[in-house]
Design a protein around this ligand. Structure first.
Ligand SMILES: Cc1ncc(CO)c(N)n1
Ligand SMILES: Cc1ncsc1CCO
Length: 233
């Protein structure tokens, strides 16, 4: 598979190579999601994408803050700047890509301001926030990694399929298929490996736990959009 080749080059036997292997089943299930198949051929129902993008706007809002917390915990200035830069980019995606798409769907800034997170979205961001605040740099880093890595992987997978003409979701595909997004993900992978190399066995076990949990939430986030998930009461 596409990302497994990239890993073989740079990270064989590393923490991230093991972690990536550990979530192989989750990745297969992500690859099989009808939402992604229909997003890549342009046939995804508008209400599903609208639900997804609105939820993802709330998600990126929290995710940017998690990146800022990770930046604050970083052991050196280069890593502080790396994550402050990512936090900024996440907000730019929210205000650029998402605002443009939401406007097309007739969703206003006021609608976004009062939107409620879905149960799955709320669980994912709550987990990331708690981990970023409460845990060490290495563990927090491992929790935020699947967000980069899985989207890089999905972006590559969609790019590898024949492009649909006039796909209404092309701007989304271009964002995550961008080589710059891939480069950012690779950097975070390398930093996570450095942090893991310096971590105790207990801390490394925690790193793996949060990596797997975040990956489960990545699958749930898409699945919940597909089901237009809302609070049952
Ligand atoms: C839920 C989710 N995970 C990852 C990304 C990639 O940034 C995103 N936009 N949303
Ligand atoms: C992870 C992530 N997702 C959208 S923007 C961003 C930060 C890219 O550096």
């Amino acid at each position: 598979m596409r990302n497994d080749d990239a890993i073989d080059d740079q990270t064989t036997g590393s923490f991230t190579a093991d972690a990536w292997q550990r979530i192989a089943q989750i990745r297969e299930k992500i690859d099989a999601l009808p939402l992604l198949e229909k997003l890549s051929d342009g046939s995804l129902p508008g209400d599903v994408f609208r639900h997804y993008i609105l939820q993802d706007t709330l998600y990126l809002n929290h995710y940017a803050r998690c990146l800022a917390i990770v930046a604050a915990k970083a052991p050196d200035n280069a890593q502080v700047m790396r994550f402050l830069n990512s936090a900024q980019k996440a907000i730019q995606v929210e205000q650029g890509l998402h605002a443009g798409i939401l406007a097309r769907f007739g969703v206003t800034a006021d609608d976004v301001a009062v939107a409620e997170p879905s149960p799955s979205g709320f669980a994912y961001t709550s987990f990331l926030m708690a981990t970023a605040y409460h845990c060490s740099y290495a563990v927090a880093l491992s929790a935020i990694l699947p967000c980069f890595w899985i989207y890089w992987d999905v972006g590559e997978a969609i790019k590898g399929r024949p492009a649909a003409i006039d796909n209404p979701y092309q701007s989304w595909i271009d964002t995550y298929g961008d080589p710059q997004f891939a480069a950012g993900a690779r950097e975070v992978i390398a930093l996570t490996d450095s942090a893991a190399a310096a971590a105790s066995p207990t801390e490394r076990a925690q790193m793996l736990d949060v990596f797997v949990r975040a990956s489960q939430y990545e699958w749930m986030f898409w699945d919940s959009a597909w089901k237009l998930e809302a609070w049952p009461v």
